[in-house]
Write a new protein. Structure first.
Lengths: 567, 234
């Protein structure tokens, strides 16, 4: 890399840039320490006996400060390299100073997290004048590495980033991965290569890094020559297939807790695919989506439960099996979808969000009300919903219910995939783009919109039906607004209109909080952070739909380490 | 008579935008509806398409009132609008836009043939068939909008201000295209602010002012009429 010409006219600007980046990095580190997150992260090793998550976070912050100090800005197109070590040194000095304050002043009455061990953690065990010098130098070095990374060609960064991320994930989730590796003879011989008793070994980390690097390089090697025909369709399914394989294997290997988490993810995937039809294709924002889920659950409950509230108890309708009740529940949800759609037919945009929010809440409040209590049990809910059975086999365990959900989700995915390519799917897309013109093209507005709600509701009804047998009971409190918002968030993060995006979105937004359970309340901080970062860095979602990937504005390169969505 | 508008009025709230307008469209010609900005031309067109409710009078397609018809049903009767300001599906490709125009048709073979015919009529669109339509130039977008309308195999193509916001040279092309479309057998109802050019090519024309028809007659004749000139220049 050739040294860039320093114009000489902007040294003060460069100086300020380095100081700001360093101070910002230090502030973030100090903030995370003060709230107690750093101490908590220290309990989780990334590489055993070498690197904890806390250390990794601190290093990443400095690394990013270095990288960000190198980003060209309108006033300054060619930032000088020296701003990066300056930023690193400033960050190191400030953090060392902060550690000194912790050691000399008792701040614990206010900040209970600021204890001496934290200070040692922040300074990586260094102390005194020499220690501070080492810390400052090391920090400058890390920031320089960040700057160097930022100056690498895009192609190389696209290889390094996933490789580093893979090491982080393999290290952070080592318990989880170890359980899977140990539980299966096929994998058991693999484990010692990667993991020791207390986490990912250094050799393991290297192997993971190399393998991920190779995997990331594969598409580059096998890239089709430019201009060779259209985009191959099978390649779009590769991520979906990979995720499917993961979904198939992990729950058996991981045991009941993991199966339970995946079952929940599966239910959200079902709902996500439903909302994706409404919002992703037809452009109908729906914040009352949980109402359809609740409808499916309650219909399943009153048709199958062994309870005084079941229809079988006070009418001539016999108690049905789950397999008969499920289609009825789906139909009921469809009906609810249509009823739901009629009043909001003419409502658009922000108003639609508020109107559907209201409708969703109405459903929950009606179910909770005393008026409906004789039928639906009010706040006490409906209990004793039996598990589904086939012959002698009962879907009693989370693992078996997960496979039931997976089968349902696969079927639903197939339906969604077909719908997207159908006449109706095209009508939805046209409606989303321009309602008036769509009608002028001969599209029946009322019918298409109601069908969007109906199909969306069907998916949610199916999820609700399985949810009812999963928890054996239904309560109005299970069907909060938050659920609608979660579903919305996961399809936006995954990429609106993209099927594999729904799966990945659910995996990240539903799975991540579970995986981070030991961080207590902080896990929602990560949830929020993940949301903000995705929207900031990949506004089209993690796996954008091919239609959306063609964007009108040229992508602006953001951040140092982001694989910008390919055009 | 394909399309007959009799004594039609329409209002936005208390404001009457169109008063007692009557327009007759017989098979085969170009009918122009000209007038200044705000004269009620686009409202008339949207009423024909069923996108705006009328407050009085009748609109008849083949002698049948459209009062009970929804917009998509009017389209299926062969009255197809190319909306003002192009309004193409900006995130879809050129080809997808064209196919969207054939939404109410089921004859896949003929749709493919029509698409190829559109690419003959507009060779630029063939070059850009896979391009996202929103990235095209104004003139090209007008081509997409027109071709999309033609894909429905309309009997009457309602064109709302096709020359709006286009460079003079491109406007010439647009008018040439309209004549070519008409020569191929599609009746055209052309709404234009660019009155003189529209009148030149119109078999019959109506001049609108403040929501009313103030003049009608053969196009070229009106183009020389001093009252038209006074409306536009005086």
């Amino acid at each position: 890399m050739s040294m860039r010409q320093d114009d000489g006219k902007t040294p003060s600007l460069q100086l300020r840039r380095g100081l700001t980046a360093g101070a910002a990095a230090a502030l973030i580190a100090i903030y995370l320490s003060s709230v107690g997150l750093i101490a908590m992260m220290n309990a989780r090793p990334v590489i055993a006996n070498a690197l904890t998550l806390a250390q990794m976070t601190l290093l990443t912050i400095v690394f990013l400060a270095g990288a960000l100090s190198q980003r060209p800005s309108p006033q300054d197109r060619t930032p000088a390299f020296w701003t990066a070590p300056l930023a690193g040194a400033v960050a190191g000095l400030l953090v060392a100073g902060f550690a000194g304050v912790i050691l000399s002043v008792n701040l614990r009455p206010v900040f209970i997290a600021l204890v001496p061990p934290l200070a040692r953690l922040l300074t990586f065990g260094q102390s005194g004048v020499d220690g501070t010098a080492i810390l400052v130098a090391g920090s400058a070095l890390v920031a320089s590495a960040g700057a160097f990374y930022q100056r690498l060609p895009d192609k190389v960064r696209r290889l390094l980033f996933p490789a580093a991320l893979s090491v982080l994930l393999c290290g952070m989730f080592q318990e989880f991965i170890q359980v899977i590796l140990q539980s299966n003879a096929l994998f058991r011989w693999l484990a010692p290569w990667f993991y020791g008793w207390d986490g990912l070994t250094a050799t393991g980390a290297l192997i993971v890094f190399a393998v991920a690097l190779a995997a990331a390089a594969l598409p580059l090697v096998y890239r089709k020559p430019a201009g060779a025909g259209d985009v191959s369709s099978w390649r779009r399914f590769v991520p979906a297939l990979f995720i499917l394989l993961l979904l198939l294997l992990v729950p058996i290997a991981g045991g009941p807790y993991i199966a339970q988490v995946f079952l929940l993810i599966g239910l959200y995937v079902l709902m996500g695919m439903g909302l994706n039809l409404e919002l992703g294709l037809a452009g109908l924002l729906d914040l009352g989506f949980v109402a359809f889920f609740a409808t499916g659950a309650y219909i399943t409950a009153i048709l199958t439960a062994d309870s005084p509230l079941a229809l079988a108890h006070y009418t001539a309708i016999p108690s049905l099996s789950f397999w008969l009740a499920m289609p009825i529940a789906v139909l009921g949800a469809v009906l609810m979808g249509i009823l739901f759609g009629i009043p909001v037919l003419g409502v658009k945009g922000d108003y639609l969000a508020v109107a559907t929010l209201g409708l969703g809440e109405i459903v929950r409040i009606v179910v909770q009300s005393d008026a409906a209590a004789p039928l639906l049990g009010g706040a006490q809910g409906i209990l004793q919903i039996p598990k589904p059975q086939v012959g002698g086999f009962q879907f009693g365990s989370a693992v078996s219910l997960f496979y039931l959900t997976l089968a349902a989700a696969l079927f639903a995915a197939y339906c969604a995939w077909r719908l997207e390519r159908s006449r109706l799917g095209r009508a939805w897309i046209a409606l989303r783009e321009d309602e008036d013109v769509a009608q002028a093209m001969g599209i029946n507005l009322v019918q298409s919109k109601l069908l969007a709600y109906a199909f969306g509701a069907a998916f949610a009804g199916l999820a609700g039906s399985i949810f009812a047998v999963m928890v054996n009971s239904v309560f109005p409190s299970s069907f909060q607004l938050l659920m609608s918002i979660n579903v919305l968030a996961l399809i936006v993060v995954g990429g609106l209109g993209s099927l594999s995006g729904v799966v990945l979105g659910a995996l990240v937004l539903i799975g991540l909080p579970e995986a981070l359970r030991e961080f207590g309340e902080f896990r929602y901080l990560f949830y929020g952070l993940a949301l903000i970062l995705t929207m900031r860095l990949m506004p089209e979602g993690l796996l954008p739909a091919s239609r959306r990937r063609r964007r009108l504005v040229s992508p602006i390169a953001v951040g140092g380490s982001t694989p910008v969505a390919r055009p | 008579m394909i399309l007959e508008i009799e004594n039609m009025s329409l209002a936005y709230g208390n404001i009457e935008a169109v008063r007692g307008v009557s327009i007759k469209i017989v098979d085969g010609g170009i009918v122009a509806l000209v007038g200044a900005n705000g004269a009620g031309k686009s409202s008339t067109l949207n009423a024909i398409s069923g996108l705006l409710p009328i407050s009085a009078g009748t609109i008849r397609i083949d002698g049948q009132s459209t009062k009970e018809l929804k917009p998509h049903q009017i389209t299926r009767r062969g009255i197809v609008q190319v909306p003002e300001g192009r309004r193409i599906f900006g995130r879809l490709s050129v080809e997808e836009n064209l196919l969207m125009g054939a939404f109410s048709r089921n004859d896949h073979q003929a749709i493919a043939e029509d698409r190829d015919r559109m690419f003959e009529l507009f060779p630029r669109l063939k070059e850009r068939r896979r391009q996202v339509a929103g990235t095209l130039s104004g003139g090209e977008q007008q081509m997409v909008a027109t071709a999309r309308g033609l894909m429905a195999r309309p009997r009457v193509l309602l064109m709302d201000e096709p020359s709006m916001g286009l460079a003079p040279l491109v406007v010439e092309q647009v008018f040439d295209t309209i004549q070519a479309i008409n020569a191929a057998g599609t009746t055209v109802l052309l709404v234009e602010q660019n009155a003189l050019m529209a009148l030149e090519i119109a078999d019959h024309a109506y001049v609108m002012e403040h929501g009313e028809i103030v003049l009608e007659g053969p196009g070229p004749e009106l183009a020389g009429d001093e009252r038209v000139i006074s409306i536009y220049l005086g």
